[in-house]
Write a protein that binds this ligand. Structure first.
Ligand code: CTP
Length: 411
């Protein structure tokens, strides 16, 4: 994290009414330590948990609690606050506060200031897991994040204050500080559009059965988040992988290889980088029965006829081939033997700029692991080995990609 990005920045912390409000005290202090100037606005519910005096002492400024109070409004009211600030953090963003923000309401010190504010907003939600999982909360969050100005950090999973276990904990304070800092530091991939595929595909033979593989999409997600944190606009075309952190990403959910190909081909020309990490099923059943195939079916479906699915990466490569400004194309090669030889063959065959070769039989590599060990090979002949957590490997891959010449510019 580059906390120096916060030096001299003017930040509002909007505190909602939840038990995590006490952690907002530490957030205000840490933002101050990083050199930011902080002012606090509190909802009425927040004042049930922490007193304004605490925040006044920590921020060194009076706290906005009541926009009907003439002394507060006359001094530095909600409009002054909104004009003054360069970033707005809502922590904890409770279910109720998110709902009111989404509705554009202005019925307390936090919502009024936020509605009048035009700059970047960081939401740090915290609530009970059932409230977080509720479709209404999820819709409110999705609607808020559809505005480019809004980003979210957390919530984390773990033991909640109410005794439940699950998602709903306020993100750790250093992560919130980092998320705010990220709004000020453009990052090396600022303005770049990164398109990725991740996860498995499912090729159904009837409504209840499919061909798939154990991919969890972790490496692709790690790359997506690394690119996002370096300032890129990230679109992730994602096969079925269950609940994952979608913060800051545009996620396009797909099921089959054909869906994935369609969604990628409609977007690849606009991308600056396309990274294919998905474990796409190479075959699908030739036909898909409209109803569940019964055991006693005649003729017995013992022989499943398979046909090839589209090669998403190869088709994307053909689509952009020869274009003056085409995206950098990066593939993954999951191999079990003669790893580099097979990977280099794929690099050539699919017309790629780089390929990340992965020996899935090596310990600490492959499907579902937290770590990875890869060798990146580039068209220009560079070779680099990377090892560590999937996040570290993701950053290493992006660092290497940044050194490659942009296609169509002598590369
Ligand atoms: N890929 C893809 N669409 C497919 C198959 C693969 O986009 N239908 C992409 C993967 O995301 C990966 C790269 O192509 O980036 C290599 O995938 P892999 O399955 O290892 O290669 P294949 O071309 O399927 O070759 P083989 O099965 O012979 O190993």
């Amino acid at each position: 994290m580059d906390a120096s990005a916060l030096k001299g920045r003017r930040i509002i912390v909007g505190v909602g009414g939840g038990i995590a409000a006490y952690k907002a005290c530490e957030l205000v202090r840490e933002l101050g330590r990083a050199g930011a100037e902080v002012r606090v606005a509190m909802t009425e519910a927040a004042r049930q948990f922490v007193t304004p005096l605490t925040f006044q002492a920590l921020s060194g400024h009076p706290v906005l609690t009541d926009y009907f109070d003439p002394s507060q409004e006359g001094n530095f009211g909600h409009l002054d606050l909104a004009r003054w600030a360069e970033a707005f953090v809502v922590a904890p963003a409770t279910a109720d506060l998110l709902a009111r923000l989404r509705a554009g309401m202005a019925n307390d010190a936090v919502t009024t200031s936020l509605l009048a504010f035009r700059g970047p907003v960081v939401l740090a939600p915290a609530m009970n897991v059932a409230m977080w999982d509720n479709a209404m909360t999820q819709e409110n969050v999705a609607a808020l994040l559809s505005h480019k100005r809004f980003t979210m950090v957390g919530p984390g999973a773990g033991l909640l204050a109410c005794g439940d276990v699950g998602e709903g904990r306020l993100a750790d304070v250093p992560n919130i500080v980092a998320a705010v800092a990220a709004r000020f530091s453009p990052g090396p991939l600022a303005g770049r559009r990164v398109l990725l595929t991740a996860g498995p595909t499912r090729e159904f033979l009837d409504p209840v059965r499919f061909i798939s593989n154990p991919s969890t999409g972790k490496m692709g997600l790690a790359l997506a988040h690394a690119a996002r944190s370096q300032g890129a606009t990230v679109t992730l075309v994602l096969g079925p992988v269950g609940a994952v952190d979608r913060t800051g990403l545009e996620v396009v959910d797909v099921v089959s290889a054909e869906d994935m190909a369609r969604e990628v081909l409609s977007r690849v020309e606009a991308a600056d980088v396309f990274i294919a990490t998905a474990a796409v099923s190479d075959w699908r059943p030739e036909t898909r029965a409209p109803q569940k195939v019964k055991k006693g079916a005649t003729p017995a479906p013992e022989n499943l006829r398979l046909v090839r699915t589209p090669d998403v990466l190869a088709e994307a490569s053909r689509r952009v081939a020869g274009q003056g400004h085409r995206p950098l194309l990066v593939g993954f090669a999951a191999e079990t033997e003669r790893v580099e030889e097979h990977a280099r063959e794929k690099l050539e065959r699919k017309g790629l700029d780089a390929i990340v070769a992965n020996d899935v039989t090596a310990p600490g590599a492959g499907f579902g692991t937290e770590t990875n060990r890869v060798t990146v090979l580039t068209r220009s002949g560079a070779r680099q080995e990377l090892q560590g957590s999937k996040d570290a490997v993701a950053r290493g891959i992006l660092d290497l990609l940044r050194t490659l010449p942009r296609p169509g510019q002598g590369g």
